[in-house]
Ligand binder design. Structure first.
Ligand code: PLP
Length: 821
């Protein structure tokens, strides 16, 4: 990493194969485009020289001076200076063939048009941008990849496999269905993982199997003169032809600009002359994060966009880069894991035929396949779980944050048993519903409360309400946030302000009223200001569960001010932070009051409950607003639709009431205590990372904590397997939570398991030491209007963490990150 940062080198794998190249690429986004292999393992011997020449070309593109005289010792090469080093505007650059004929033969000879073959398709195809049919499919495939993933692949080497490009299994699934639809061929996810795992192979397959016609393209705009003369003689009226083509090109250009505008959430004003659409691109303050230059995506953004989304099933079907010693380590680990949990494994296999469960497959890799199963649990108490093999675990996950008082907490058990005795009828108004809403309103300070079943439903409801009341379409959300499983929030955005679905089956059209912006930057505030008249609401996860160390208080305050000025609904998604950080959630902690807020997890006391809270102005859209008996009052506000069979389930109401009563009685001191305990836990675990010198740290906010890796390690998830083997119930990729039930001894067990597991991973070379590293959790309670040096801009570094950047005086358009010291 040090070499990479300081010297910006290129990495070349000298021998045949790609093993070292793939390993190098895994060390960060910047290396992906800097590591090259010389000879692909599968090519034939007679293609090796071509492969090496290709490598030299890539090195030259990256600024390395190549000694051509050594390469072409026995021939007389000619250097062509005017050709760009990247695919630019798909122009043709004709080479002059060496003159082997007397000059007289190349003088243009007038050709009588009537002597041309009737079907002049061949000559038109000759002018196509796709002299080779396969090239057409390469472009087509790239188009589909880019459209589906949001990753710019225009300059990607077609020989790179999809994993190297950064396409995860989720995106490949989407791509497989896109390809199937486009080419009417049975292309599957599996094929993209195996035989068709590069753009090149896929294009070759399409070339062979697709019945699609390769369209003739418009003639090149710039051609050397003698070539132009030659072609111009082949058409009866070249000028008229070119006019027609350029007219069509103009129309297409206009249309595509309009589509882009609409995609970006702009509506075209009715009378706007289409010839002159307004720019869709933000052109406010300078960009805060370093920008790669070619496609407008930051390096961090490219990395971010490649990451699997939320709790998606992560599946890899290839194994690479494991040493023999590591294989032995893995075999021992798997053996121990299987020996400890045989019933869980057998259970998983037994039920797989009919139980479709993404959690069970998540983390699949051939090398660790034999321990890819969930621990199957049969009972719990406090923060402890027991599996069907009789093992006891300290739970670090705690119901994804829904277990706060502890499993089987006396107050919850009592409330539930009483309610079961009384009944849990669905439909009639329940006596607890009003009380629960009143308690939530009192504790959170939200004027009115609506109930539903899950956090996702609450988010959906809040967005619908914001659109209803503000009569605008666009919802802004932020990169790195998680808001549940509704189509519109499973999205990714790009710097070009385009929005893409983040999962298969979500239609691109369904997410075009979402605008995804960086969280916590000046640029974001500027974009919101510019787009304010389109925005119904801004959906914020005030502290993102993936990045709990980032608490942009000042940004949130500015956002509050801006949304008030522009009459935009500020929606806080407090599904995790609500009742956890403070009785009134992150809003109380940060001193920022939202117009709408969503809650879930803790408030249900272990049962499924979602809550929408908010100002009268917004919540009245659910029931028409206040009216009373005995006078002429009526519900005056227009309503939207929001309902569900199991809304206000009596058992969930009973556990919610018991939880709220308990939290109210204890007061904010309860949250302060558990927050402090979590800080202590994070501190201790960070000390372990420091002692071992590994680039790992524990981030936390309130009672949420998360193990984060500063470096990418191909088998980092083994840390979590090892901890489970040591009786800590923890999963890769999920935030962890402390509960009120965790004792000092439980915390000790977590720290100890973490330490020994990490040491084992280090010894086996699955993680590496870094000298001079301090892993203290970054202090990222960011006051955005107080830059450490004048003119610094807030952006995100390659790990996605906020950082201050200044302009790089030596490299126009690039930025340098300010160090924390
Ligand atoms: C911030 C946030 N919002 C919404 C949700 C969705 O909640 P649910 O899983 O209850 O649908 C989650 C779930 O983890 C969340 O963390």
């Amino acid at each position: 990493m040090k070499i990479e940062e300081d010297l910006h080198p290129l990495f070349v794998e000298a021998g045949p194969g790609t093993t070292a190249t793939i390993l190098a690429k895994r060390h960060g986004a910047r290396i992906v485009s800097k590591a090259f292999n010389a000879i692909d393992s599968k090519i034939k011997t007679d293609e090796e020289f071509a492969s090496i020449k290709k490598l030299l070309g890539r090195l030259w593109q990256n600024g390395i001076e190549i000694d051509m005289s050594a390469l072409f010792k026995n021939s007389n090469p000619k250097i062509i200076h005017q050709v760009p080093t990247y695919a630019y505007n798909k122009k043709r650059y004709w080479l002059e063939a060496p003159l082997t004929q007397p000059a007289a033969f190349v003088t243009p000879i007038p050709i009588n048009i009537t002597t041309l073959p009737e079907n002049n398709q061949a000559s038109f195809n000759e002018m196509s941008n796709y002299p080779d049919r396969k090239d057409f499919f390469i472009e087509k495939v790239k188009e589909i990849l880019e459209k589906t993933s949001g990753i710019d692949v225009s300059a990607t080497n077609p020989l790179n496999n999809f994993m190297e490009i950064g396409l995860d299994s989720l995106i490949l699934t989407q791509i497989a269905s896109g390809l199937k639809k486009e080419f009417q061929l049975p292309i599957t996810f599996r094929m993209l993982n195996e035989d068709l795992d590069t753009i090149d192979k896929l294009a070759a397959y399409l070339d062979k199997n697709s019945a699609m016609q390769v369209p003739a393209q418009q003639p090149p705009q710039v051609v050397p003169q003698n070539t132009q003369q030659r072609h111009s003689q082949q058409f009866a009226n070249p000028l008229a032809e070119n006019d027609a083509l350029s007219l069509i090109a103009q129309q297409i250009n206009l249309l595509s600009q309009q589509v882009m505008l609409l995609q970006n959430g702009n509506t075209l004003p009715q009378n706007l002359p289409v010839q002159n659409p307004p720019p869709a691109q933000f052109n406010g303050s300078p960009k805060a994060a370093p920008v790669n230059g070619d496609d407008g995506l930051t390096i961090e953004e490219k990395t971010e966009i490649k990451k699997p989304f939320g709790a998606i099933a992560r599946i890899e079907t290839k194994t690479d880069g494991i040493t023999d010693e590591q294989k032995i380590f893995l075999a021992k680990l798997i053996e121990g894991y299987n020996k400890k949990t045989p019933k869980s494994k057998a259970y998983t296999q037994r039920h797989r035929p009919y139980m479709a469960d993404p959690r069970v497959v998540s983390g699949f890799k051939p090398a660790t396949k034999e321990m890819i199963y969930s621990i199957v649990v049969s009972k719990s108490k406090g923060c402890h779980l027991w599996d069907i093999d009789g093992n006891e675990y300290v739970d670090a996950l705690n119901g994804f944050g829904s277990n706060f008082l502890g499993y089987q907490a006396d107050v919850l058990k009592k409330a539930m048993i009483e309610q079961i005795e009384k009944g849990y009828e669905i439909g009639p108004q329940h006596e607890l519903a009003g009380e629960v809403c009143k308690l939530i309103s009192e504790m959170t300070g939200m004027e009115r409360i609506g109930l539903c079943n899950t956090g996702s439903e609450a988010v959906l409801g809040a967005m619908r309400i914001a659109r209803t009341v503000n009569n605008r379409n666009l919802i802004v959300a932020f990169t790195g946030s998680y808001h549940g499983i509704v189509d519109e929030v499973l999205v990714r955005g790009t710097k070009k302000l385009k929005t893409f679905p983040a999962a298969s089956g979500i239609l691109p059209d369904n997410v075009q009223n979402m605008l995804i912006l960086d969280y916590g930057t000046d640029e974001t505030l500027e974009i919101i200001k510019n787009r304010a008249s389109d925005i119904a609401g801004i959906l914020v996860e005030p502290v993102q569960s993936r990045r709990p160390e980032f608490q942009p208080v000042d940004f949130l305050k500015q956002l509050r001010q801006l949304t008030t000025e522009k009459d935009i609904a500020l929606i806080f998604d407090e599904v995790i932070t609500g009742f956890r950080s403070h009785p009134a959630g992150a809003q109380a902690l940060f001193g920022v009051k939202a117009d709408l807020a969503t809650y879930g997890k803790i408030v249900g006391g272990g049962l499924s409950l979602g809550v929408i809270g908010g100002d009268r102005k917004y919540l009245d859209a659910l029931d028409g607003g206040f009216w009373q008996y005995g006078d002429r009052s009526v519900p005056e506000v227009g309503v939207t639709y929001f309902a569900g069979t199991f809304v206000r389930h009596p058992l969930a109401l009973a556990t919610a009431k018991a939880t709220l009563d308990y939290l109210k009685e204890q007061g904010p001191e309860l949250q302060r205590r558990i927050n402090n305990r979590t800080t202590q836990l994070a501190k201790r675990m960070n000390e372990v990372c420091d002692q071992l010198g590994v680039p790992i740290y524990i981030a936390h906010f309130s009672s949420l904590w998360k193990i984060k890796f500063k470096e990418e390690y191909p088998y980092h998830e083994l840390l979590f397997s090892l901890m489970r083997l040591k009786n800590i119930h923890i999963w890769d990729g999920f935030p962890c939570f402390l509960t009120l039930a965790h004792t000092d001894e439980d915390i000790e067990r977590i720290c100890e398991a973490f330490k020994t597991s990490l040491q084992e991973l280090l010894d086996a070379g699955f993680v590496t030491q870094q000298k001079g590293l301090t892993n203290k959790e970054p202090n990222l309670i960011v006051e955005a209007n107080q830059p450490p040096v004048a003119g610094a801009k807030l952006g995100r570094d390659k790990d996605g963490n906020p950082a201050w950047f200044v302009k790089d005086a030596e490299n126009e358009g690039r930025f340098l990150k300010l160090s924390e010291n």
